[in-house]
Design a protein around this ligand. Structure first.
Ligand code: KG4
Ligand code: ZN
Length: 361
């Protein structure tokens, strides 16, 4: 089975062709990703750099211009035509609706013209399932999903059954990194540049809060909150005023990264204990989403996994940030469940993970 994947929900235009069985066509560099026949990602850096963040209308227009040529190139890379594919998997939400609609219209057109099944993919399910492509991983596993728009702890029970244990009350962790980076004057995109600056910084210099750390009662054990941390970073920058130097930015980045890591690990520990308490056997602790590209966070979560005697799984960096492979792979898994969607499927700007549809072939 070969599935075409299309991703346009934020600022990455991405297309991929993924098979349900391993082939030796393309090695993405790390992990066992030999099901990937071809994949292309265009990151809209120049388009949004001047604004210091993603502008939805600019992103949608760029997706419209880029998607056709990218699709053509990806098919050429794999030496396939649209007649060779067995289904079209498209991000139908959650995300910036203008961009999502561009991908959905393209996907539906291909499905209609070539008479192929249409697979409406939840972007978060894509992030959550791609570790099963890059690594040997069976259900159920505990997933920390950390991206620009989401921070969630989820028990993944099957490709269509996600139990959300906790999510953010305000900002997502990636959003916190991006906004703090902008305040510190670091280049766009924020997250990777905070990581880079932190390498040259003193993580103990600034005492930043660990939001909700230690809170285990009132249903708060697995929740996140990052807006207070962002405000604390702003106050430190204001205190330093005009004297805010490049070294201050490095020290503050390192301190911010440590505060985020402590917070994520505290919440994850509660989730792992919760699973133990209800005798939920887990196969692994998994981290995915754009922020999972951060090596400092990955290392600390790996230590936690070992504490709980669980294998630690994280996809290779290029499968952590938005890509078409994860959407195509979620399509493969959905097809394997015998679940497809109609061409009347409406794109959803908001689409919680516990509302995945199951429509049988
Ligand atoms: O999953 P993703 O590519 O897009 C969304 O679905 O949101 O995640 C993008 C987020 C951005 O906030 C970006 O700053 C963050 O992931 N990010 C990082 C790193 N690489 C990307 N954050 C921290 N460290 C990184 N190395
Ligand atoms: Zn994403």
């Amino acid at each position: 089975m070969i599935i075409l994947g299309i991703e346009t929900s934020c600022d990455e235009t991405a297309v991929a062709l993924v098979s349900d069985k391993p082939t030796d066509m393309l090695d993405v560099g790390q992990g066992n990703s030999s099901c990937i026949l071809a994949h292309r990602v265009f990151t809209q850096l120049e388009e949004h750099e001047a604004f210091g963040g993603v502008v939805p209308e600019v992103a949608a227009r760029a997706h419209l211009q880029l998607l056709g040529p990218l699709l053509k190139q990806t098919l050429k890379d794999a030496q396939l035509t649209l007649a060779d594919i067995d289904g079209v998997a498209v991000t139908c939400g959650p995300g910036l609706i203008g961009g999502v609609m561009v991908g959905v219209m393209m996907g539906k057109s291909i499905a209609a013209v070539h008479n192929k099944p249409f697979l409406a993919i939840n972007h978060l399910a894509g992030h959550g399932l791609v570790p099963r492509l890059s690594d040997e991983l069976s259900f159920p596993y505990l997933l920390l999903l950390v991206s620009g728009g989401h921070s969630q702890i989820v028990v993944v029970k099957s490709a269509l059954d996600f139990e959300v244990l906790g999510s953010t009350q305000d900002d997502a962790v990636g959003e916190c990194f991006d906004k703090c980076a902008k305040m510190m004057g670091l280049p766009y995109p924020g997250g990777p540049n905070v990581e880079k600056a932190a390498l040259k910084g003193d993580k103990k210099r600034f005492q930043l809060p660990r939001p909700l750390k230690g809170r285990t009662k009132d249903g708060m054990a697995c929740q996140f909150s990052f807006s207070g941390l962002k405000s604390a970073v702003r106050r430190e920058i204001e205190k330093l005023g005009d004297g805010f130097s490049p070294q201050d930015a490095c020290d503050l980045s390192a301190s911010l990264q440590l505060a985020v890591s402590d917070t994520l690990c505290d919440r994850l520990k509660n989730a792992l204990k919760q699973c133990e308490d209800r005798s939920q056997k887990l196969t692994a602790l998994v981290v995915s989403g754009g922020v999972a590209a951060n090596a400092f966070l990955r290392n600390n979560i790996k230590v936690l996994a070992h504490e709980f005697e669980l294998p630690f799984v994280a996809p290779p960096l290029n499968l952590c940030t938005d890509n078409g492979v994860m959407i195509a792979w979620a399509g493969v898994e959905k097809m394997q469940h015998g679940s497809v969607d109609g061409l009347d499927f409406k794109p959803r700007p908001r689409w919680p993970l516990n509302e995945l549809s199951l429509k049988k072939l």
